[in-house]
Every structure is written in structure tokens, then in C-alpha cells.
Design a protein around this ligand. Structure first.
Ligand SMILES: [Zn+2]
Length: 335
């Protein structure tokens, strides 16, 4: 249709869990120079949310497009007015799919309108029929794609479906690069298949974040999205849970016993020590060192799933001796 037809390329990076989109003219000479600012990089989660939003709002979009199709041979003013609403809808949207489909359809609508105008639309039924049929065909294809749940069934347990897709690959080699892009069809059907396949391969599932409520693609039973705030909260919770678990575990008794033992020694310290803030501080600091040594030992046991045994008892006795040795040294220092 238009002279420099635009095509959409995409490249799925399963490892990084993102997709690189490039809108570029259908001209081989340009493909070797895809710069970074031509790329739109969207994470799997962003794409998933955009697809879901686009599908959820598809009825409105459909209605607007139907109106535009009807107005295609109408008075210029009416066509332009609807086109403006169509453009507003596109400009006010941050949704990748709304923008892509709108741009694609806009181009098709405008060139259809041009052809009709050129042919003197009101008298040339053949041109009108042909262009309207073409616009309808493109849009129906999009409609079909959106209505087919199979395209969006990421964790498919649905029935078998076989099909053959034909689409092009663009291969860019050179300058340390070896990029393979797929050329998207107008309705993006090959993209949706590739995307759901990538999600399958990564074994991702549709999850809902327990903190912000957003849906995201995560490992089975994942509870937290990649959001910074949510991740921080989640890590804190995991840490707390671990601590709670440790507190309740069979190992806790050793730590508590040692801590009590050190506490007892403190109350028994002579006045010379207790009246000297520097020595009290020294005691408290050393207490932390002992507690940590005990905890490290217990952590090792826990990590190895090793139950308390004679060796641990011996270690505990040795720690007590260390504590006493320290107490005596401290008392000697006070004299
Ligand atoms: Zn979240």
C-alpha cells in the first residue's frame, strides 16, 4: 500500500525475560543499522499486562474501528472526526498493543481513504468495495486473534491444536552481532504464539503479587513480582520467617543456654568491673562475639541438617570455658 511500508520485528530473549520490538521500514538496506533508540524493550510481565489490558478493552476498540470502517467512504469531515478520536485513543495509551494496532490500522485506513478519494469514491463502487474489504480483512484478522483464547493460554492444558504459520526471519550478521528478528504479521498472531511458547519454555505461570496485587509471570506458586518495593518487602519477610524458624528449632536451646550462662556471669562480676563503664562495654562486646560463634556453629548444623550430637555438646562446654576465661581476664584487668 504505502510506499515505505513499516514492519514490526521482534526478538524474544528468554533468558532476560524480555522482548525487543523494532518498527522499521520494509527496506533491507536499513536493517543493519538498528540503533538502541529504535528498540522498545518490554519485559514479559509488561507484555502480559498490556495484552491483558488490550483484550479487556477490545470491545471499545472494536467499536471505534467499526465506526471508522463505516465512515471510510463518508464525508471527509466525518471520517476525519472519527480518525481524530482513534488517534486520541492511541496517543493516550501507554499500551504497546493499542499503539501498534492503531498505527497499523491508521496507515491502512489512510491509504484506503486516499484510494477512494483518488477514484472519486462516491462513483467508484469497485474501488470502494475493494478497499473496504481489505480494511475489514485486516481488522477481522486482529479480531480473530483477540477472540481466540488459545493464543493467550500460556499454561496450556487445553486440547491439541495443529497449525502451520508462515512468517519471515530477518537475520542481521556483522559487527559482533548475530541477531535474528521475526517479522510480525499484521495481526501479531505469530508473536503471540512465540510469546506463549517462550513462557512455556521458561516454565512461567500467571501469578498474582501478594503485595501490590499485580499479575506477573513467575515460577509456579511465586508470590512476589519483580517490583523493587515488593521485592524488598518479600526479602524482609523471608528473612523474618527464617529467623522465626531458627528460634523455634531444636538448635535454639543451645543459644539460649549460652546466652543465659553469660548473663549469669555478668551479674556475678565484682563491683570493680561493674563500676567501670569501659569494662562493662568490653564484656557486652565479647558477649556478642561468643553468641555469634555459637550461632555460626548452629547455622552449620542446620545447613547440614545435622541434629545436635556429642560434638555440639562439647562445643557448648568449650564455649562456657571460654566465657569463664574471659571473665577471669576481665577481673584481673580491674584489679
Ligand atoms: Zn508486586
Amino acid at each position: 500500500m504505502a510506499e515505505n511500508k513499516k514492519i514490526l520485528l521482534y526478538r524474544i530473549d528468554e533468558q532476560a525475560k524480555n522482548v525487543i520490538f523494532v518498527v522499521i521500514e520494509d527496506d533491507e538496506r536499513l536493517w543493519g543499522n538498528i540503533s538502541e533508540d529504535m528498540q522498545t524493550v518490554l519485559s514479559f510481565d509488561e507484555i502480559f499486562r498490556d495484552i491483558t489490558e488490550f483484550r479487556d478493552g477490545f470491545l471499545d476498540y472494536e467499536q471505534l474501528t467499526d465506526e471508522l470502517i463505516e465512515a471510510i467512504n463518508g464525508r471527509g469531515a466525518i471520517f476525519r472526526e472519527i480518525l481524530e478520536r482513534f488517534d486520541d485513543n492511541r496517543l493516550n495509551s501507554f499500551n504497546f498493543f493499542t499503539r501498534y494496532y492503531s498505527d497499523t490500522l491508521r496507515e491502512i485506513f489512510l491509504s484506503a481513504r486516499q484510494e477512494i478519494d483518488k477514484a472519486g469514491a462516491f462513483h467508484n463502487t469497485r474501488v470502494l468495495k475493494k478497499t473496504t474489504a481489505y480494511v475489514n480483512e485486516v481488522f477481522n484478522h486482529i479480531r480473530e486473534v483477540m477472540r481466540d483464547d488459545w493464543n493467550f493460554d500460556f499454561n496450556s492444558e487445553s486440547e491439541m491444536k495443529s497449525f502451520r504459520l508462515s512468517f519471515d526471519k530477518i537475520i542481521i550478521r556483522g559487527n559482533d552481532r548475530n541477531d535474528i528478528y521475526t517479522v510480525a504479521d499484521t495481526a501479531l498472531v505469530n508473536f503471540f504464539y512465540d510469546f506463549s511458547f517462550a513462557i512455556h519454555t521458561r516454565m512461567l505461570y500467571i501469578c498474582s503479587c501478594k503485595y501490590c496485587g499485580k499479575v506477573f509471570l513467575g515460577m509456579k506458586n511465586a508470590v512476589c513480582c519483580d517490583g523493587e518495593v515488593c521485592q524488598a518487602t518479600y526479602q524482609r519477610e523471608v528473612k523474618n520467617a527464617k529467623r522465626r524458624e531458627r528460634d523455634n528449632s531444636t538448635y535454639k536451646v543451645y543459644r539460649t543456654r549460652l546466652s543465659n550462662y553469660i548473663g549469669q556471669q555478668k551479674t556475678k562480676l565484682p563491683a570493680e568491673v561493674l563500676d567501670d563503664p569501659a569494662l562493662v562495654k568490653k564484656f557486652d562486646e565479647q558477649r556478642k562475639v561468643f553468641t555469634k560463634q555459637m550461632q555460626d556453629m548452629l547455622d552449620e548444623y542446620e545447613a547440614d541438617n545435622r541434629l545436635p550430637d556429642k560434638e555440639l555438646d562439647d562445643f557448648y562446654e568449650k564455649m562456657k570455658q571460654e566465657v569463664m576465661r574471659f571473665v577471669y581476664a576481665l577481673e584481673a584487668e580491674a584489679e
